[in-house]
Design a protein around this ligand. Structure first.
Ligand code: ADP
Length: 575
């Protein structure tokens, strides 16, 4: 029964209050019928609303906040097509194991089954793209569903939750005395590995002749950098970050063997795998990329992951932070503390390989002929950007070569195409990183380095950045194509020869496109760069402009590629 002092709340407000009580700080989205009220209610509760230009980018942005902070952000979408577009970010979050909450408006419940406006089986469809998908059974139960959605997104293996709200529930009213808010869901509980397995793991590592630690993005997500650093340095173990494991320990750390990656993976006899799956990114843990007798010590929160694609394995199920602490405690208990000495043949082999590989890069970097190659351009970018920048990096060659050339010194400062290999995530991630920096790390720069094709997926998000005054340095390595393109002269002669839908290579984009003009159109600074001096000058200016975004469009040789690879299975898996 309502009493006379009751305030009436609508469904949008109940949802916003529930999200706020769960610690949600950001909502990214696109409004329309029936969710305009939801965005306004969120703002009224102090949740920052960032209106984006397509739902894909909004869902990518929200998931990046989940990865960087360990708490989910919300992506708000309209019914039907709005939700379908957000499936992109939901699946990307699931594949990357990142928390995300998607809230979708849906057609009024009383019209369901009648062909209502944008009617779609949203809850059942969303199920394929998330861990938890539900519609609150009534307005007063919204807080229950929100708490559950948040808990599901961060407990166990992190992932996506979907909450469906019919239009009539959004506008329905209820006396506030009938709403019971739930307390903020605490962080995921600590899970410790079986102490017997911990002892075995230390035994196996101590007996290893060629040990290696692989640091994955699960280690970055779980904020385990301090314990991992202590463990790796106390043993003097060589380590390799995966693409988004970069920065858990600095890429320039003396124990980092990234520049001997292939050798280290091929020869290691014991690998301690911290928060990384043996999927395509790690060549499935199989020969010839891994040693046929390699023993894997797998540390993961998700027991079902253990043994996946692996011959010899020892599983340690638990939070990386607590399990690494267990490994440290076990090490410290031993009278003879294990350490791998630098004069060890294993270390010598890796050092030798690193210096040979370094020479190959130096050759590519020193070739500054025009049009520029990727190595020369990325080396210049690496020199110019602040070392604590958040680096967003995507594109084919731009990302592959960027993984080697652009270094990270801090954890969760690298955002790329990830496990799903999703191109087009860049600007959504950059928006999220820039708003997070504005609020939590003022002065820190966001540098987004994309290929021209990757940029095209969400180029209009430049307007979003400018609307909210979120300064980033956006660099497009423009090779006029997807992986490779063709030069202007060839393009022109093809155009005069006939129909481009029949003639132009499917990988081609228009040569000499001036993407920097888009940034200028929205009030930012644009540069078109042809050579290394122009790149140097524009980078110096762009990095100094802390309150304005810039776009540096770098003309890259359309045929420029990665350095020649020694192993065919870098491009073709031998399963
Ligand atoms: P990468 O792309 O770096 O190889 P993956 O995304 O393949 O990394 O793997 C990340 C792994 O980390 C997943 O298997 C996930 O279950 C695991 N993980 C996520 N959070 C934690 C945590 N807190 N503790 C332990 N493992 C975690």
């Amino acid at each position: 029964m309502a009493n006379s002092e009751d305030v009436e709340l609508d469904g949008a407000t109940v949802l916003a209050k529930s999200l706020k009580s769960q610690g949600v700080e950001y909502m990214f989205g696109i409004v329309g019928v029936p969710v305009i009220e939801v965005a306004m209610a969120a703002q009224a509760e102090g949740i920052k609303y960032i209106g984006m230009r397509n739902e894909q980018a909004a869902s990518y942005a929200a998931s990046a906040i989940g990865y960087m902070t360990g708490r989910p952000a919300v992506c708000l979408v309209v019914s039907g097509p709005g939700l379908v577009h957000a499936f992109a970010g939901m699946s990307n979050a699931m594949e990357n194991c990142w928390p995300l909450i998607v809230v979708g408006g849906s057609c009024d419940a009383y019209q369901e089954g009648m062909g209502g406006f944008q009617e779609y089986p949203q809850v059942s469809s969303a199920k394929s793209f998330c861990k938890y998908s539900a519609r609150p059974s009534s307005i007063d139960r919204i807080p229950f569903f929100v708490e559950k959605a948040v808990r599901q997104s961060i407990y166990g293996r992190p992932g996506c939750s979907y909450i469906d709200l019919p239009g009539d529930m959004i506008t329905q009213k209820i006396p506030d005395s009938r709403i019971r808010m739930l307390k903020k869901c605490p962080p995921a509980p600590l899970i410790l590995a079986d102490p017997v397995c911990v002892k075995q793991a230390v035994d196996v590592l101590s007996a290893a002749k060629r040990p290696l630690v692989v640091v994955g993005k699960g280690a970055a997500y779980s904020q385990s950098e301090n314990s991992i650093k202590e463990f790796i340095t106390s043993w003097n173990l060589p380590f390799l970050p995966t693409p988004m494991g970069k920065g858990v320990l600095p890429d320039n750390h003396p124990l980092c063997v990234s520049s001997a990656r292939s050798k280290a993976l091929q020869e290691a006899d014991v690998i301690l795998l911290l928060g990384a799956r043996l999927n395509w990114i790690l060549h499935f843990g199989l020969p010839p990329r891994f040693h046929k007798d390699v023993q894997i010590i797998q540390v993961d929160i998700f027991p079902e992951e253990l043994g996946n694609n692996v011959g010899k394995w020892l599983g340690l199920v638990g939070n990386i932070n607590s399990v690494v602490q267990q490994l440290l405690d076990e090490t410290n208990r031993r009278t003879c503390k294990p350490t791998i000495i630098s004069s060890d043949p294993w270390w010598k082999l890796l050092q030798q390989k690193m210096s040979t590989n370094q020479t190959t890069f130096e050759e590519m970097v020193s070739d500054t002929s025009t049009p520029l190659n990727y190595y020369a351009a990325l080396s210049e970018i690496q020199k110019a950007i602040p070392k604590d920048s958040i680096i967003v990096n995507e594109g084919a060659n731009t990302m592959d070569i960027g993984r080697v050339m652009l270094l990270n010194t801090l954890p969760r400062h690298r955002l790329d195409a990830g496990t799903f290999g999703t191109m087009g995530v860049g600007l959504g991630f950059a928006v999220a990183a820039a708003i997070w920096c504005r609020d939590h790390a003022p002065g820190k720069r966001v540098v987004c380095v994309q290929g021209d094709s990757a940029f095209g997926f969400s180029g209009m998000e430049i307007e979003t950045l400018q609307r909210y005054n979120l300064p980033i340095v956006l660099i497009i390595l423009n090779n006029s194509g997807i992986s490779f393109g063709i030069d202007q002269d060839t393009w022109t002669s093809m155009e005069s020869a006939g129909d481009m839908t029949l003639l132009s290579p499917p990988t081609s984009l228009k040569p000499n496109t001036h993407y920097e003009k888009i940034m200028e159109a929205f009030g930012g600074r644009g540069y078109f760069v042809n050579n290394i001096e122009e790149l140097r000058r524009s980078l110096t200016e762009a990095v100094q402009m802390k309150d304005q975004s810039s776009l540096i469009n770098v003309s890259i040789n359309p045929m420029a590629q990665r350095k020649p690879q020694n192993f065919f299975w870098l491009t073709k898996s031998k399963m």
